[in-house]
Design a protein around this ligand. Structure first.
Ligand SMILES: Cc1ncc(COP(=O)(O)O)c(C=O)c1O
Length: 240
C-alpha cells in the first residue's frame, strides 16, 4: 500500500468514529459496479453500495440530473412545489401501489414519517391510546429512535434505551405469531416484503395477504418498508 494511503488510514483512525472496523484500503472513485482505491486496485461492488447504488457509481444520467437540479434550486422545503418534485412524485404514484408521496432525506426518516402517520390516523379514528407497533424478528428499519425501536436488534442493545414503548416482534412469515400479539392498542404492523439486513428473506405472498386481511379486519395500518427491496431492485418498481 502506498505511503499516502497508509497516512489517510492513520488520519482516519484518529478522526473518524470507530463504528465499523475500517477496510485496509482508501476508496478513490467508482464507475458502474466497479470501485477503485487510491493505489489503483479494482473492486467489484457486488452489494451496489449496500443496495442504494442501483444505478451504479458515477452514473452519468444521475450526475447530470443532480447537477441540473442543483443549478436551478439546490434545496426546497415541503411547502415549496417545484416541477421536478411533482414529476418525481408522479413517477412513484402513477399506476403504482401508492397514491401520495412524502419525500424524506433517508429511509430512516421515511419510517419515522410512516410511524407518525399511523399514530395520527389511529388517534383520530380509533382512540388516543392506540399506539402500539408490531414489527418482525430480524427486521431493520433504520437508526433513529422510532426506527430502531421497531428493529429487533434494539432488544439486544439496552445501552441505547429506553426505546419507544409498545413495540412487539412477531416471527416473520408466521401469521399466527402476529395474531397472538394483536391487541386493541395495536396501531400498525410494519413489514419488509423482503427482509434486507436480516438476510434477504422474502415474505411468503400468502403471509402478506394474511397481514392485509388481518389489518383490514382490525383497522390496523399496514406499513411496507421497501427502502431496500423497492425502487426496482426486484425487477419491479415496488416489491409487491
Ligand atoms: C428496510 C430498511 N428500512 C430502512 C432503512 C434505513 O434507511 P437509511 O439508511 O436510508 O436511513 C434501511 C437501510 O438499509 C433498510 O434496509
Amino acid at each position: 500500500m502506498a505511503a499516502n494511503a497508509q497516512d489517510t488510514l492513520q488520519r482516519g483512525s484518529a478522526a473518524l468514529m470507530n463504528t465499523f472496523p475500517p477496510q485496509n484500503m482508501v476508496l478513490d472513485h467508482g464507475k458502474g459496479c466497479k470501485l477503485y482505491d487510491t493505489d489503483g486496485r479494482e473492486y467489484l461492488d457486488f452489494a451496489a453500495g449496500i443496495a442504494v447504488v442501483a444505478l451504479g457509481h458515477a452514473n452519468p444520467i444521475l450526475l447530470n440530473a443532480l447537477k441540473e437540479q442543483a443549478e436551478k434550486v439546490t434545496m426546497s422545503v415541503a411547502s415549496h412545489v417545484t416541477q421536478a418534485k411533482v414529476e418525481a412524485a408522479e413517477i412513484l404514484t402513477k399506476g403504482r401501489v401508492c397514491d401520495k408521496t412524502f419525500f424524506t432525506n433517508s429511509g430512516t426518516e421515511a419510517m419515522e414519517g410512516a410511524l407518525k402517520l399511523a399514530r395520527a390516523w389511529a388517534h383520530e379514528h380509533r382512540g388516543h391510546d392506540v399506539k402500539d407497533f408490531i414489527a418482525f424478528r430480524n427486521s431493520f428499519h433504520g437508526r433513529s429512535y422510532g426506527a430502531i425501536s421497531i428493529t429487533e436488534k434494539s432488544l439486544s442493545q439496552p445501552q441505547f434505551g429506553p426505546y419507544l414503548p409498545g413495540c412487539h416482534f412477531a416471527q416473520f412469515n408466521d401469521l399466527d405469531s402476529v395474531r397472538k400479539l394483536v391487541t386493541d392498542k395495536t396501531c400498525a404492523i410494519i413489514v419488509e416484503p423482503v427482509q434486507g439486513e436480516g438476510g434477504i428473506t422474502p415474505a411468503d405472498p400468502e403471509f402478506l395477504k394474511g397481514l392485509r386481511a388481518l389489518c383490514d379486519k382490525q383497522k390496523i395500518i399496514l406499513i411496507f418498508d421497501e427502502i431496500q427491496c423497492g425502487m426496482g431492485r426486484t425487477g419491479h418498481f415496488f416489491c409487491i
